[in-house]
Design a protein around this ligand. Sequence first.
Ligand code: SF4
Length: 375
Amino acid sequence: MSAENRALWQFLKKSSPRLLWKKPRLLLKVMRQFLRARVLGKTSVFGVDFAITFACNLNCQHCLSKAFHELHDPRRDCLSTKEIVSIIEECRRNGIFVFVLQGGEPLAHPGLEEIIEACAPKENYVILLTNGMAVTEEKLARYRELGVDRLDFSIDSWIPEEHDAFRRREGAFRRVRQAMESARGFGLKVSIAVTVTNETLHTEGIQGLFQYCITERIPVQIFVPQRCGNWRHKEDFQLTEENHRYLDDLNERYGFIKRDIHGTFGEQGCPALRHSMYITAKGDVIPCPFIHISFGNLRRERLEDILKRAETAPYFADRYPRCLAAEHDQFIEEVLSKTFDAEELPISVEAAFFGESRRVAAVGISPDSCCEVRA
Ligand code: SF4
């Protein structure tokens, strides 16, 4: 069986009964996407990571959102709930059917329920990426009622003290574990997002997390250090070949433990602007949370036009088998490095690829914005 047929077969085997009964329209969308990708050889963005707010109830050591918010054009306010809803509707019209609502902390957004409803969970896949601190049983019951499919929890280590130290909050690990168990109790799917480095991969904190997830069959999304935020000037951060192979082997053995390069529909490699994109809390479309280059702002341009621009962008037009932001030396040196010490983020496509500095225009100050970052 070819890799693509195997991928489809595994997908259908694992998901179809649930999808057929609960979300037949989602199943059709997935099938259509698979056929486009594997039969016609066409890729299109079908998933969006949407930072609906920069606000958060923690002040983590490695917070990307806070750093991004501080540098992100202060003349522009964050998207209002109304604007977020309208962007989600535009995404749906453009064939997007996977919505990962994140932040900051999405549960801190006062308009979250309205935003979830806009994602049309009956026919799409909706995920909330949370630190777990604000999860309550009442909220979980409501999310389930609204049709949220999954809660992804960010966990840094399976050793409570280590996780708490990263999060700068005593008891954070206990809270996130409780939240995860409660979510499972409510019949919601859960998964864990974790960042590993050469130094942490084989430690008790990370191995313990993997072991728990293997035993409980909980999906894990693994991130490796990227050249942005505090790591932007760190040149010796890349995973060793041995550690790469270790993660690849882990994925081979347990398909639910994966990096995002481990493929969708049998296609391996960086999904940025091929399958997925990231929308910031100010409406910029960037390739992923680690590449702060704006391909356009949804307050000013149609998503369709932004995605057309992305289709032909150097480095993104062809699939790179590994992570562009962490493992493509030329991309990092020629393009990504322009974001390292930028006065404002994201930088424009022109500035990234042609060295022309064009500041993102100050538009759309909104009255019910939800940008405030608080610890
Ligand atoms: S650049 Fe790296 S982190 Fe970003 S989408 Fe690609 S593989 Fe994922």
